[in-house]
Design a protein around this ligand. Structure first.
Ligand code: 1CP
Length: 379
């Protein structure tokens, strides 16, 4: 059934991406079919590891480059051209929807998102939640996604957003932090204000994600990068419901959704359930590098595809060490209904791009070898 909300000219519906290895692997939990080739892409594949990225960004601030459709599109395409990855991830940032809603935020070089103020009191939050993300404000995103999918052809684009907890962690702290102490304190000391904050962040993230999917993204990823700092109880009481709320904004579009966080071994089933509760059909869980993939699959009950989880640190190791590790990740991922090879977190900025290209070739050749060994025809 073609969902009403996605146009027949959308890449998922006009024959461009539905049969791509990425989309097939993401849907393998419901179709029961693994693609012959294990798809691979890298979180933060568009970015400072590429000289062409540094050249394109020269003299343009991070947030300005996200809001210039030609530039955001060019940067999104760069790693696809260079590495032959099986997906593009839209070049943007989790704080872009905040900026588009008029919230004061900047991305400081070498630091990350810095807010105009920290939002901690009931009054701070009451003022914040008045900010709205309008369709007009989203025009640069819609335009950039459109330009990108036109250029990508049969390679799917992944749209993304930050999960409400991770967004709230920046809003409450006012800047990057290691342990998110102020956010976790607010969650327990003023649950009402906290809920108001994360519900608002959920609608913001969901609106941002929906705009990308409607404009042509074939999959969506919700980054709850810092959820691992939460106990199981804090996640259940203060984060899961808001993640579900964010994803209800795309559930009717029937795109596969990947949910990813770091340090989340204790939360993997809860993160899966947060996506399922939104009514999303094709649910995939991203696994960081700390949990062996086969163990993650077991924790998840063996029913959902997984994405990950090459250790980014090993991109700097001698090739034989990295190759053995990638082969091990692929072998362990073989027990999941579907596997999208990726890193366990983002590409470190000083990574040699040639190593990433070699990892893509390795993933493709290993999956072709195992398909040949099992008699499957490789297309
Ligand atoms: O000057 C630069 O090059 C800035 C570095 C940079 C880049 C390239 C930042 C600042 N954001 C981005 C792009 C970005 N951010 C992408 C692009 C697509 C791709 O993956 O290639 C994506 C998906 C994000 C998402 C993002 N931003 C997350 C979730 C993913 C993750 O890494 O966990 C988070 C937590 C952010 C916040 C952020 N933005 C930038 C930095 C350095 C950070 C992290 C700061 C911190 O440690 O808290």
């Amino acid at each position: 059934m073609i969902p009403v909300a996605l146009s027949p000219a959308h890449p998922l519906h006009d024959g461009r991406t539905a049969q791509s290895p990425l989309v097939r692997a993401l849907r393998a939990g419901t179709t029961g079919e693994r693609p012959e080739i294990t798809p691979v892409w890298f979180m933060r594949q568009a970015g400072r590891s590429l000289p062409e990225y540094r050249a394109a960004r020269e003299g343009v601030s991070m947030l300005d480059s996200c809001l210039r459709p030609d530039l955001a599109s060019e940067i999104t395409l760069q790693p696809v051209r260079r590495h032959g990855v099986d997906a593009a991830i839209f070049f943007s940032d989790i704080v872009v929807p905040l900026r588009l809603a008029g919230v004061e935020v900047d991305i400081a070089p070498g630091v990350g998102p810095v807010m105009g103020q920290a939002y901690r009191t009931p009054d701070d939050v009451a003022r914040l939640v008045e900010a709205e993300l309008t369709t007009e404000a989203l025009a640069p995103i819609t335009e950039a996604v459109g330009l990108t999918v036109d250029a990508l052809g049969c390679t799917p684009l992944i749209g993304f957003a930050g999960a409400p907890f991770t967004l709230a962690a920046y809003l409450v702290e006012g800047r990057p932090s290691r342990d998110h102490l102020a956010a976790r304190a607010l969650l327990r000391s003023d649950p009402e204000t906290w809920q108001r904050l994360v519900d608002w962040a959920a609608d913001l993230a969901g609106t941002f994600l929906r705009a990308q999917v409607l404009a042509g993204a074939s999959a969506a990823q919700l980054f709850d990068s810092w959820a691992g700092s939460l106990s199981h109880a804090d996640y259940a009481d203060g984060a899961a419901g808001a993640s579900t709320r964010a994803l209800t904004h795309v559930a009717d579009l029937d795109v596969p959704v990947v949910h990813f966080g770091t340090g989340t071994e204790h939360l993997l089933p809860a993160m899966r359930d947060a996506v399922v509760a939104a009514g999303v059909r094709d649910v995939v869980v991203g696994v960081d590098y700390r949990t062996p993939l086969d163990e993650a699959v077991q924790l998840l009950g063996g029913t959902v595809p997984v994405q990950g989880n090459i250790d980014p640190a090993l991109l700097a190791a001698p090739w034989d060490v990295l190759e053995a590790h990638v082969r091990d990740v692929l072998r362990r991922g073989g027990v999941a209904p579907g596997h999208v090879a990726n890193l366990g977190h983002g590409v470190p900025p000083d990574t040699d791009p040639a190593v990433l290209t070699r990892v893509v070739e390795l993933v493709h050749s290993v999956s072709a070898e195992s398909a040949a060994a099992s008699g499957v025809e490789v297309r």
